[in-house]
Design a protein around this ligand. Structure first.
Ligand SMILES: C[S@@+](CC[C@H](N)C(=O)[O-])C[C@H]1O[C@@H](n2cnc3c(N)ncnc32)[C@H](O)[C@@H]1O
Length: 256
């Protein structure tokens, strides 16, 4: 995930879209689903040390030790689908959410956004950043490179099973608008050709993370099937195949 972060930061050229003002030394920022806190840590390095960044995650498992992160980053454990405690209401100039798609589906977007709107100050900003899985494509450098596993992964990314769907991602801007946000950015980021190989490497790492989590959750059979696909992917990716994916950044401004 950290590798993916650096790759994306380089591809997009920002952590928070430049349309979001970040000059104020009293900014308060929330990062939802903060995981390893890589984005907040880098943001803290870019902004004044007087800015306060609050990280929220359903689990503290990936949080770094408190002593190793900047003092203006605060860590909380909270399920983002449930109301935030009173102390966080109307507090944030900026609410950031990135790579939350794995736990999302179309019916969850509006309730989650409404929850974020409650913690955003009037006139504050919400930035949501996701891969646009519907537009994933299997890539091979030459027709001789096999892509059956890569195409299978593309299919899984486009049409995940269970409770998960990604159809809402390209509609995020209209969902923002229907929740009363003024959409100020709806930006698609394609990965430049010279970075596509790194995207592939990040996908393999994400795949490994997913398999480990499945194993830890006791989903042994599912994990075994994934491992089978992973082995085939490794061979295809070694020959230059990968899944090409775009990223979308939507920024909305809450009414004053
Ligand atoms: C793919 S990681 C996101 C990484 C991070 N946002 C980034 O951009 O580097 C998804 C994170 O969301 C967290 N998460 C999942 N469900 C959540 C929920 N209901 N409320 C808060 N966090 C949640 C997971 O624990 C995980 O750390």
């Amino acid at each position: 995930m950290n590798y993916q972060h650096w790759m994306i930061r380089h591809v997009c050229g920002y952590l928070l879209n430049p349309a979001i003002p970040t000059e104020s030394p009293t900014l308060r920022i929330a990062d939802i689903g903060a995981a390893t806190c890589i984005l907040p840590i880098e943001l803290a390095g870019d902004l004044s040390h007087t800015v306060r960044i609050d990280c929220f995650d359903i689990s503290a498992d990936q949080y770094p030790p408190k002593d190793l992160i900047p003092k203006n980053i605060h860590l909380y454990v909270h399920d983002a689908f449930t109301p935030f405690p009173e102390e966080f209401q109307d507090q944030y100039d900026i609410v950031n959410i990135r790579f939350f798609a794995p736990v999302m589906n179309s019916s969850k977007v509006s309730p989650l956004l409404q929850n974020f709107l409650k913690i955003t100050k009037p006139g504050g900003y919400i930035q949501w950043f996701e891969p646009d899985m519907a537009f994933t494509k299997a890539y091979a450098p030459t027709p001789a490179v096999p892509t059956s596993a890569t195409q299978k992964l593309t299919g899984i990314m486009r049409h995940p099973t269970g409770d998960n769907d990604f159809e809402w991602v390209p509609k995020l801007d209209s969902i923002f608008a229907s929740e009363g946000l003024e959409v100020i950015i709806n930006k698609r980021h394609s990965v430049p050709d010279s970075y596509k190989v790194f995207t592939g490497q990040a996908q393999l790492m994400a795949f490994e993370d997913m398999m480990s989590k499945m194993e830890a959750d006791g989903k042994t059979e599912q994990a075994q099937q994934m491992r089978f696909l992973y082995t085939a992917l490794l061979e295809e990716y070694r020959q230059g195949a990968l899944v090409d994916v775009d990223f979308l950044c939507v920024v909305g401004k809450k009414a004053l």
